[in-house]
Design a protein around this ligand. Structure first.
Ligand code: NDP
Ligand code: 8X3
Length: 261
C-alpha cells in the first residue's frame, strides 16, 4: 500500500473536522505526500498546534479555516476568504461528524437529532455545494465522504446516527451519478471501530465509558483510515474507488465483535 502513484495534478486538500481523530490523521497523511492543506475545525488552538507540527515536520503549506460545518453562511464566507492560490481545492475530505448518545429512537432528544443531522448530513451537502463546482470547472477533483459501517445497518441505540451515515451513502452515490460525465471521483469510506474521540463525544465526555468500547480488541486508528483515503486518492485517474468498508480484523459487523484478542 505504500507505493503511491500520485496524480500530481491533485495538490490541495480541504479536510473538515481536522482537529482530531480521522481528520487529523488525514491531514498528516496528505502532508507527508506533499499536499497543501486547508484545515477546518472548531478548536482553533488544536488546529494551530497541528499546523505547527505539519509545517515543522513535513514543510507543509497549511491554511486554517475554522468554522462550524453546520453554519452554511460561515462556510461560504470561509471558502470565499481563501487567497486565490488556495481556491483550487483538488480533494475535499468531508470528515467532520459525530454521534451523541446511545438512546432508543423514541427517546433521543430532538436537539441531538439536529446536531447529528446538521453536522453529518447537511455539513457534507454544504461543503460539496461550495467546493464541487470549482472542481468541475477545473476538470479535476476528488470528494471523499467519511461514512460508516453504521450506514449499512442500524444497531441498538444508533438510529439517528445510523440514518445520517445511510444518508452519506446516498449523497455519495448521488454525487457520483451527477459527476459521471466529468473526471471527478467520489469515494465513500465506511470505517468500523476506530479509536478516536468519537466515543468520548458519544458519551458526553465520559472517557472511562468510551475506553470500554475498545477494551479487549485492536481497533483501527485514524492513521489506518487515512491510509485508505490516500489509496483512493492516489489511484490512477480512470480508477474510481467508489466505496470502502474497513474495520478491525476482530470486527465482522457493527455489532459482531470479538473482544478476546
Ligand atoms: P473525532 O471526534 O476524533 O473527530 C471528529 C472531528 O469532527 C472533531 O475534530 C470535531 O471537532 C469535528 N467536528 C464535529 N462537529 C463539527 C462541526 N459542526 N464543524 C466542524 N467540525 C466538527 O471522531 P472521528 O475522527 O472518529 O470522526 C470523524 C468521522 O469519522 C465522523 O464523521 C465519524 O462519524 C466517522 N466515523 C468514525 C468512526 C469511529 O469509530 N471513530 C467509525 C466510522 C465513521 P470538535 O472538537 O470541534 O467537535
Ligand atoms: C462509527 C462506527 O459502529 O460505532 O461510525 O457506529 S459505530
Amino acid at each position: 500500500m505504500n507505493n503511491y502513484r500520485m496524480d500530481m495534478e491533485l495538490k490541495t486538500v480541504l479536510v473538515t473536522g481536522a482537529a482530531s481523530g480521522i481528520g487529523e490523521a488525514c491531514a498528516i497523511r496528505f502532508a507527508r505526500e506533499g499536499f497543501s492543506l486547508i484545515l477546518n475545525g472548531r478548536n482553533l488552538s488544536r488546529l494551530d498546534a497541528l499546523k505547527q507540527l505539519l509545517t515543522e515536520k513535513y514543510g507543509a503549506k497549511v491554511v486554517l479555516l475554522p468554522f462550524d460545518v453546520r453554519d452554511g453562511a460561515a462556510a461560504r464566507d470561509a471558502i470565499d476568504s481563501l487567497p486565490d492560490a488556495w481556491k483550487s481545492i483538488d480533494v475535499l475530505i468531508n470528515n467532520a461528524g459525530l454521534v451523541l448518545g446511545l438512546d432508543k429512537e423514541y427517546e433521543t432528544a430532538p436537539d441531538d437529532w439536529d446536531v447529528m443531522i446538521d453536522t453529518n448530513v447537511k455539513g457534507i451537502l454544504t461543503l460539496t455545494r461550495l467546493v464541487t463546482p470549482g472542481m468541475i470547472g477545473r476538470g479535476r477533483g476528488h470528494v471523499i465522504n467519511i461514512g460508516s459501517i453504521a450506514g449499512d445497518a442500524a444497531y441498538a441505540g444508533g438510529s439517528v446516527y445510523c440514518a445520517t451515515k445511510a444518508a452519506v451513502k446516498a449523497l455519495s452515490d448521488g454525487l457520483r451519478i451527477d459527476l459521471v460525465n466529468t473526471p471527478l471521483r467520489v469515494t465513500n469510506v465506511k470505517p468500523g471501530m476506530v479509536e478516536t474521540e468519537f466515543s468520548i463525544t458519544r458519551f458526553r465526555g465520559d472517557k472511562e465509558r468510551a475506553n470500554k468500547v475498545y477494551a479487549g480488541l485492536k481497533p483501527l486508528t485514524g492513521a489506518d483510515v487515512a491510509e485508505v483515503v490516500m489509496f483512493a486518492v492516489s489511484a490512477p485517474p480512470h480508477v474510481q474507488i467508489a466505496e470502502v468498508l474497513v474495520m478491525p480484523t476482530s470486527q465482522a459487523t457493527a455489532t459482531v465483535v470479538n473482544y478476546e484478542l
